[in-house]
Design a protein around this ligand. Structure first.
Ligand code: ATP
Length: 233
């Protein structure tokens, strides 16, 4: 489970997260939905340990992210923006490096690499350097990096942004398969159709707080709109 407990965050004296609290239940896909500037990225960056909250606490499977970042990182996969791939390395070298950082070696390492290679259809890219990769190719590599150590929790910030139909479909299929395998997933999105298709639960964020939540169907019933897009514009 991911537990966000009353976190505050200010930038230059402006409060961006305001006593934000929510939980993400084990084995479910939860979507964080909100307009530009609602605080979604800031929240996800705090959960993944990239940013420190001014107050409050985040726990991943019981581990306090700020107190024990190494233990938290072992059970966490993160797909953020798709920049920052090491462009001089081939996909194989890049993923091997990340798998080693996560403590994998020998046969276990080989199995882990083979598994993400198949799962994300990376055969054609495997020996290529990532320089010049398209958004869809970058997404595959970012997701493979996030999954190579089989984390219990996966966090994705607007994962389908900039993807074509095929890449977005591969991503959605992968997330649904991971849920079947018991992975706990939290992602942010503006794409309402994807939120209703993928999520067990939706958390609606505005002004740094959660202002609504429920299953996609419950939210639709509550708002009386035909789809979530109409409900939150
Ligand atoms: P979007 O959907 O546009 O990505 P978001 O919901 O992810 O928006 P955040 O990126 O978390 O929102 O930003 C929330 C607010 O915090 C915005 O007003 C943003 O300008 C501000 N903000 C975020 N990071 C910083 C920073 N490093 N310094 C100053 N202000 C920041």
């Amino acid at each position: 489970m991911i537990a966000v407990e009353s976190i505050n965050k200010q930038f230059a004296g402006r409060r961006v997260l305001d006593h934000l609290s929510f939980t993400v239940p084990d084995g479910q896909i939860t979507a964080l939905l909100g307009a530009n500037g609602a605080g979604k990225t800031t929240c996800l960056r705090i959960i993944t340990g990239l940013l420190r909250a001014d107050a409050g606490r985040v726990r991943l499977g019981g581990v306090d992210v700020a107190r024990d970042p190494m233990a938290a990182r072992r059970q966490l996969g993160v797909v953020g923006d798709r920049e920052g791939l090491y462009e001089r390395l081939t996909v194989a070298e890049y993923l091997t490096m990340f798998a080693r950082v996560q403590g994998l070696c020998g046969k276990e390492l080989d199995r882990a690499l083979q598994s993400v290679r198949e799962e994300l259809e990376l055969d054609e890219l495997w020996q290529r350097r990532t320089r010049g990769f398209s958004q869809g190719e970058r997404m595959k590599v970012s997701l493979a990096r996030a999954l190579v150590h089989r984390p219990r929790h996966l966090i994705l910030d607007e994962p389908t942004r900039g993807l074509d139909v095929l890449a977005a479909r591969l991503l959605r299929r992968t997330l649904l398969r991971l849920r079947q395998q018991g992975t706990t997933i939290l992602f942010s999105s503006h794409v309402m159709s994807e939120v209703s298709e993928l999520s067990d639960r939706v958390l609606v964020m505005a002004g740094g707080r959660i202002v609504g939540g429920g299953s996609p169907a419950e939210l639709l019933a509550h708002t009386g709109c035909d789809n979530l897009e109409d409900a939150f514009v």
